[in-house]
Design a binder for this molecule. Structure first.
Ligand code: NAD
Length: 315
């Protein structure tokens, strides 16, 4: 059986796959959609991160493909409906990179509260602007989490340890489960009204695309800090820019963008934005975790028909 890997994954992925004696692995990173279409027919599994777009055209060309494995969480680069229609499993590695993303979201909060990036840039410009970098504290502030799955729940638990009050909105998690984690489940309206920090941890879906727009930003507290380490496109960038310009949003931490890399840098260059180039999951630990997880899952499916962590259900 043959597995094609088209994105850069930690070497442990190939090492793990080779432990399955009937599996052969080809690593072909940076290849075009056309090239994938021309070779995919010879593979039983495809492993990607987020760079490869697994389009309907790719899926249509896949003759014997049994599984598409995503080394990571978000599957918005995969046409899951097309895969389901063709009877192909789509798997991800929930939890494998959650700590990494959660730590970046918290890092964004600290960076915004204490002007860390700006103060560093100022010192590197040979200045000593002690007075203008007076900040605020996270302690006793209210954090609102949009989504309390793998990442959001870690952010919330760590935020509680910092002395923050944590409110959550997640339509698919029962309030009792939120309470067990020490979070108060509220309506979206309440969350927008009460929170000093709002951190987005929901998936990008038809429902959440453009969800944080002009109307929603208007409902937030004046001077709110907004963090998006989830997916570009959940926040309408031009609306966020306007809210930063008029002071409604005091600062934003942005790891993910509508276009990556962003064609328009107005948001990135805004003085009250801390921007990072989609590095939420980019830690050594997370990359090894997701690489090993997806290799084992794909190997178990191909050789033992064991199905875990699928995001679709096929008949
Ligand atoms: N920046 C990065 O590099 C990076 C890395 C990994 C994951 N992510 C992103 O982080 C986000 C969270 O990932 P996760 O692993 O925690 O996913 P998850 O599936 O474990 O959790 C997502 C949560 O969002 C909730 N949700 C769904 N729709 C919602 C809505 N309309 N409003 C509020 N909540 C909603 C779900 O019920 C779920 O509890 C995803 O968007 C994922 O793509 C980003």
């Amino acid at each position: 059986m043959k597995v094609l890997i088209t994105d850069k994954v930690a070497g442990e992925c190939i090492e793990e796959l080779r432990k399955f004696k009937d599996i052969k692995v080809d690593l072909k990173t940076g290849i075009s959609e056309e090239e994938i279409i021309s070779i995919i027919g010879g593979y039983q599994a495809l492993i990607v991160r987020s760079a490869t777009k697994v389009t309907k055209a790719v899926i249509d060309a896949a003759g014997e493909l049994k599984v598409i494995g995503r080394a990571g969480a978000g599957v918005d680069n995969i046409d899951v409906n097309a895969a389901t229609e063709k009877g192909i499993w789509v798997m991800n590695t929930p939890g494998g990179n959650s700590s990494a993303v959660a730590e970046l979201a918290l890092g964004m909060m600290f960076a915004l509260a204490r002007h860390i990036a700006k103060a560093d840039a100022s010192m590197k410009a040979s200045k000593w602007e002690k007075k203008i970098f007076s900040g605020t504290e996270l302690t006793n502030k209210t954090l609102g989490l949009l989504g309390i799955g793998n990442v959001g729940s870690i952010v919330g638990r760590k935020a509680k340890a910092l002395g923050m009050e944590v409110l959550a909105y997640d339509p698919y998690i029962p309030a009792e489960k939120a309470a067990e984690m020490g979070f108060t489940m509220v309506t979206q309206e309440e969350l927008y009204k009460k929170c000093d920090y709002i951190s987005i941890h929901m998936p990008k879906t038809a429902e959440t695309t453009g969800a944080i727009n002009k109307d929603v930003l208007a409902k937030m507290k004046d001077g709110v800090f907004l963090i998006n380490c989830a997916r570009g496109g959940i926040v309408v960038e031009k609306d966020l820019l306007e809210a930063l310009n008029n002071g409604k949003v005091k600062g934003a931490g942005v790891d993910v963008f509508e276009a990556e890399p962003p064609a328009n840098l107005s948001l990135v260059k805004h003085p009250n934005v801390v921007a990072t180039p989609h590095i939420g999951a980019s830690t050594a630990e997370a990359q090894v975790n997701v690489a090993v997880m997806i290799a084992r899952q794909v190997g178990d499916l191909l050789t033992k028909n064991i199905v875990v962590n699928t995001v679709n259900s096929i008949e």
